[in-house]
Design a protein around this ligand. Structure first.
Ligand code: DX5
Ligand code: ZN
Length: 223
């Protein structure tokens, strides 16, 4: 029995792929049969790591125009950079609530550009911080690890926040998807979908699994 009003989606994070052959990693994503790919952008300031920029996204875009490019900006000033990723071919741009910048104005600008917009909460950030923005987003990302690195352990205390976010969208008839990101695998995914998550980002577990299609099927099986 599905919990979320949205169909479950697996969004492999290409950060967990092969950085000497991202095109090959994108091929593996496509071979899994999923329709989403998650692209993690890090500035070395909001998070203590650097990943890749709009030029890499632009290089991947023509390789598959059907995959939904879910771009996660882990930046202190996403308002300065979101447009470069829009031009590079993003379909959705997720920005964090924690830094100080015009959040609502940036969300609206992303939507006015014709893209979907998402808002991300770190594990220690309470759901309440998202409340003013929920009617204006297409997706709420409840980080299940502290952002910055793949391969970390799932933080199960976030399950309560997922449940709170799911209950809130039911109570207020809001349509945002609930995405989880970090430590998501065949064991932790069903715990998240049972709490109301519907969009499952997996980097390490996806790229380490011998059968990407079976992995996707396992993650998107209704709870
Ligand atoms: C972490 C990123 C995640 C990461 C995936 O800052 O946002 O998307 O690449 O994490 P794992 O490897 O745990 O699935
Ligand atoms: Zn991410």
């Amino acid at each position: 029995m599905p919990v979320s009003p949205h169909p479950l989606v697996c969004a492999p994070s290409i950060l967990g792929g092969h950085h000497d052959n991202l095109a090959g990693s994108l091929e593996r994503v496509r071979a899994s049969g999923t329709s989403w790919v998650h692209l993690d952008i890090m500035d070395g300031h909001f998070v203590p790591n650097l990943s890749f920029g709009p030029q890499t996204v632009a290089a991947l875009r023509p390789l598959d125009r059907d995959l939904f490019f879910d771009v996660h900006l882990m930046l202190t000033r996403p308002d300065h950079y979101w447009e470069a990723f829009a031009k590079a071919g993003a379909d959705e741009i997720i920005i964090h609530v924690e830094p100080f910048y015009p959040i609502r104005k940036t969300l609206d600008a992303i939507r006015e550009h014709g893209l979907r917009c998402g808002l991300a909460l770190n594990p220690d950030t309470p759901f309440a911080r998202a409340l003013p923005f929920l009617p204006h987003i297409d997706l709420l990302l409840c980080m299940t690890v502290q952002p910055g690195f793949g391969g970390q352990s799932f933080r199960e205390e976030v399950l309560g926040k997922i449940d709170e976010a799911h209950q809130h969208r039911l109570d207020h008839d809001l349509g945002y998807r609930i995405e989880v990101d970090g430590g998501i695998d065949r064991t932790t995914a069903p715990r998240c979908t049972a709490a109301g998550a519907d969009t499952l980002v997996a980097g390490t577990a996806f790229f380490h699994d011998p059968d990407p299609a079976a992995f996707r099927t396992a993650l998107t099986r209704e709870p």
